[in-house]
Structures are given as C-alpha cells and as structure tokens.
Design a protein around this ligand. Structure first.
Ligand SMILES: [Zn+2]
Length: 176
C-alpha cells in the first residue's frame, strides 16, 4: 500500500537533509499559501522573491510550485530573511519578514560543538522555528505593488509576442 507523504516529508525529501533554514522555508511557504488564498485567475502564476539565498528556497519549490527554471523563484540578495509572494496579474503582494529573534537560530556558530551537540542544537532550532507563535515568528504585510512592476517583474511576454518572427528574418513562420 502506498502511503502519501506529508508536506514536511516531501520538502525534506526534495531538499536532502533536515536543517533550520528548510524548516523556516516550510513555515513561510505555508503561511503564504494561507494568506494568499485561492489563485485569482486560472492562468495566474505565483512568483516568489527572496531577499537572501538559503535552504529555505527549496520549500517554496515544493509547496508553492515555483521553480528557478521557470523563473518565478528569484533571489534579490540583501542578506535578509524577507520573502515576497505575488500572483501575476494582481497588484497585491505579500511580504513575510522573519523576526530577528528567530534568525538567531540560524546564526549560531557550531564549530566548538561535538556532532551530537550540533544535532541537538539543530533540532532545538527546528522545533523553535516550527513551534513559535506566529506573531513572534514573522511579520506579515500585504503590500500594494504597481501593476507595471508586477507585469515586467513577474510575467513572461505574451505568447503572441513570442511567436512573431525576429526582425529581418527571411524564414516565414510556419502556418497551419
Ligand atoms: Zn538545508
């Protein structure tokens, strides 16, 4: 019998190990889905911009279905754990900032510890990241974004534009 994996198991499987940053991403991804609610239009695509590169990004790939390859997951490196979510075609964005206190769990230097102690520290950090009351974990902001930013930053060119032949191209586009 096939037992379906929990979202947490899916994320850890994909990411390849259990760490505080992936648990942070897991929580942010779930908060985002709850706050964003249903997709505004069937062809509307979610985009995520992270203000720092970390393991957390893999949780968005699994839970929010954004990928580096498709270009709807981007990193705008500012060394801060702030995450922006937005559906294409809307002018409303969601900003989730991790509270400073939580980030201490990611910044602990483990060099002087034994492997066992490191594992325990990691586990403690993960439990705290997943278990801390939401208002102490992060700050959620709904932000209004100009529609023009939305379109240029989040959407690919319209299919009709892409299908036009390049200028001076002598090969006629295939017609059906
Ligand atoms: Zn990791």
């Amino acid at each position: 019998m096939c037992i379906e994996k929990s979202p947490w198991e899916q994320v850890i499987d994909f990411h390849g190990h259990t760490c505080p940053e992936i648990s942070l991403g897991y929580r942010v991804a779930q908060i985002a889905m709850r706050e964003l609610g249903i997709r505004p239009a069937p062809n509307s695509e979610l985009s995520v911009i992270a203000d720092t590169h970390s393991c957390a990004l893999d949780a968005f790939q699994v839970l929010n279905h954004v990928t580096y390859g498709r270009g709807n997951l981007k990193v705008n490196e500012k060394k801060s754990h702030i995450y922006h979510f937005q559906y294409s075609g809307t002018s409303e964005g969601l900003q989730i900032s991790i509270n400073t206190k939580m980030l201490e769990h990611l910044a602990v230097a483990h060099d002087h510890l034994t492997t066992r102690e490191k594992q325990n520290k990691n586990l403690e950090a993960i439990q705290s990241i997943l278990g801390t009351e939401e208002t102490l974990f992060c700050t959620i902001l709904k932000v209004k974004l100009p529609r023009v930013v939305d379109l240029s930053a989040f959407s690919k060119p319209e299919a009709t534009e892409q299908s036009l032949p390049p200028p001076h191209c002598s090969i006629a586009p295939q017609s059906s």
